[in-house]
Design a protein around this ligand. Structure first.
Ligand code: PLP
Length: 370
């Protein structure tokens, strides 16, 4: 007789819903018998510009070393990041994507009997990492789709070890101000680790969003996580990092895989940090694309959540699933967010001008038929 291994898993893992990624282009091409080149994917908040040529060059130079293990300490990248942020390299933890950082935090500080706090409509990896560790999820109702930081601080109890906050948040694009972060950090007890997820912060430069790095010297319980997947355009390589106190970094170092960041990702991230022109181009393309989509939505009479990321959540005020299906039939992949308790919305990543136009044309067609 075969055993029920689901029933034998940690109780919290029995409740866990796996992450649902954006639909791959090749999968839709197979399903519809379409040419992959005719499909537009605006579903995973990827950088539409393609990688920096300097990154491609750095990777090709590193290829002969593929038989070697990577530098498990990530020395060169940590040095570069430390200079970039004027911190000690010992404050830096590298991750296989910043997703890895979130999981390392959960593994180090969460367990059955403990809890993690995060917001409704927040990034799906927070509940996954929490439940995988056997801990309880305290999901706090959002305020106008954004984090209700006051309610989140008020939900802390003696079993709370971690609070995950994202600025800006995915999939809502909502953000909080410097004043709100100040008030929040002073309200959180110093034995609760605050994970400030800044996966999209590069898109919010010159705005009213706080720079998490500026708070590290005042709050030893703060960890700032960032990634090369979005504005730096390296989602395929999986590389992200945390900056924290040295002690927090030292704990994370105990639980990470010895070679958690591969060597191509390490050289690519170093080259990406140096390519300031690429980052500027990404930001400019994003703000122009955001404007293009907002104007398109306005013309279609649709409302949306103002966003500081490289994506925008548009509200159809009715079940968005049929609209999503009709867009797929037009060869346009966006992201349904019913799993984030936003069933009337679709999240659209900002693409190139041509991709955005292709999406708006398909949407116009779909809404006319409906
Ligand atoms: C995309 C994203 C990440 C991490 O992505 P990685 O590719 O693992 O670095 C983290 N947090 C949020 C909110 C994201 O949207």
């Amino acid at each position: 007789m075969s055993c029920n291994f689901l029933a034998l898993a940690l109780p919290s893992i029995q409740e866990l819903s796996p992450y649902v990624p954006g639909k791959p282009v090749d999968e839709l091409a197979r399903e519809l018998g379409l040419n992959a080149a005719d499909i537009v994917k605006l579903a995973s908040n990827e950088n539409p510009l393609g990688p920096s040529p300097k990154v491609v060059e750095a990777i090709s130079q590193a290829l002969p070393e593929l038989t070697r293990y990577p530098d498990g300490s990530g020395f060169a990248l940590k040095q570069k990041l430390a200079e970039h942020y004027a911190v000690d390299p010992a404050q830096i933890t590298l991750g296989n994507g910043s997703n890895d950082i979130l999981e390392l935090v959960a593994r180090a500080w969460l367990a059955p009997g403990r809890n993690a706090i995060f917001s409704e409509h927040a990034f799906a990896v927070y509940p996954i990492a929490t439940l995988a560790s056997g801990a309880e999820c305290r999901q706090i109702p959002a305020k106008n789709y954004g984090h209700d930081l006051e309610a989140m601080a008020a939900a802390i109890d003696s079993n709370t070890r971690v609070i995950f906050i994202a600025n800006p948040n995915n999939p809502t694009g909502t953000w909080f101000s410097q004043a709100a972060l100040n008030a929040f950090l002073s309200a959180v007890p110093d034995d609760v680790l605050v994970v400030l997820d800044e996966a999209y912060i590069e898109y919010a430069a010159d705005s009213d969003l706080p720079d998490g790095m500026a708070y590290l010297s005042r709050y030893a319980n703060l960890l700032v996580s960032r990634t090369f997947s979005k504005a730096y355009g390296l989602a395929a390589l999986r590389v992200g990092y945390a900056v924290s106190s040295k002690q927090v970094a030292e704990v994370l170092n105990r639980v990470r895989q010895p070679f958690n960041v591969n060597s191509l990702a390490l050289v690519a991230a170093c080259a990406a940090l140096d390519d300031k022109e690429y980052l500027e181009r990404s930001r400019l393309s994003n703000s122009q694309g955001m404007q293009q989509l907002e104007e398109g939505f306005k013309q279609l009479g649709l409302s949306w959540l103002p966003s500081r990321g490289n994506f925008i959540a548009v509200d159809f005020k009715r079940d968005a699933a049929p609209i999503n299906r009709a867009l797929l039939e037009q060869g346009v992949i966006v992201r349904p967010v019913a799993g984030y308790a936003m069933p009337t919305f679709l999240r659209v990543s900002i693409g190139t001008q041509a991709e955005n136009q292709r999406f708006l044309d398909a949407l116009t067609h779909v809404l006319k038929q409906a």
